[in-house]
Design a protein around this ligand. Structure first.
Ligand SMILES: [Fe+2]
Length: 218
């Protein structure tokens, strides 16, 4: 992988969310900027190794460690962008619009929106450090909810993140006790930007969410 320039931290205008304080957001944006910085730094360091066109045997241990860390930092950067990007201030609903493709896809995939939500919320309550992510399988438009450990373990390659919820304690510790994660999840739902989720769906889901995917088990 060549060094192809650096990432710039994106700005999100979210102050005034319900149940997630501006102090939490400020701190969280700083953490996110840290991931952007580390991703750039690691990418640059890895490019250094490749300057002579190869990675020598004696360089392998250091190169390997940097490359492993790249998975953590890179996903940390990208997942936070999805997370901040699927919240908005001033939301008046906790659920997607009737007639939205997201709702249709949830019904097709889970039988009902309520079952989809019970699954997603339960994934969010799992013990551990990580994320709850609703992915869309772009091949058949089906939704599935996944637990991601840290930032990089459990992501499904090629799947499309539609709704991303950070459940690391730093996402809510200034507002809730560690044991009060369910309250944070409830607050998160009152701030979801369902329009943003809708826009993330691929054309596959927008045309095929009403159809039953045949026998793929996915
Ligand atoms: Fe976070």
């Amino acid at each position: 992988m060549g060094f192809n320039g650096s990432y710039t931290a994106r700005q999100f205008d979210l102050s005034g969310l319900k149940g997630i304080s501006d102090e939490t957001l400020e701190m969280h944006f700083k953490l996110y900027e840290g991931y952007v910085k580390e991703t750039n730094k690691l990418t640059e360091k890895i490019a250094e190794f490749l300057k002579d066109g190869r990675v020598d045997q004696e360089e392998m241990p250091a190169y390997s460690e940097l490359t492993r860390r790249l998975g953590f930092e890179y996903n940390g950067m990208v997942l936070h962008e999805y997370y901040f990007g699927n919240m908005k201030k001033g939301s008046t609903t906790t659920d997607p619009d009737k007639g939205s493709n997201f709702l249709k896809a949830a019904e097709t995939s889970f039988g009902s929106y309520d079952v989809w939500k019970a699954d997603f919320v339960s994934v969010g309550k799992m013990r551990g450090v990580g994320w709850a992510i609703c992915y869309e399988n772009p091949a058949n438009g089906r939704l599935s909810n996944h637990w991601i450990t840290l930032h990089e373990v459990g992501n499904v390659s090629g799947f499309n993140p539609v709704l991303v919820m950070d459940v690391w304690e730093h996402a809510f510790l200034l507002d809730y006790k560690p044991a009060e994660r369910p309250k944070y999840i409830e607050a998160f739902f009152s701030n979801i930007d369902w329009q943003a989720c809708e826009q993330r769906l691929t054309a596959a889901t927008q045309t095929s969410s009403g159809q039953q995917a045949a026998g793929s088990g996915q």
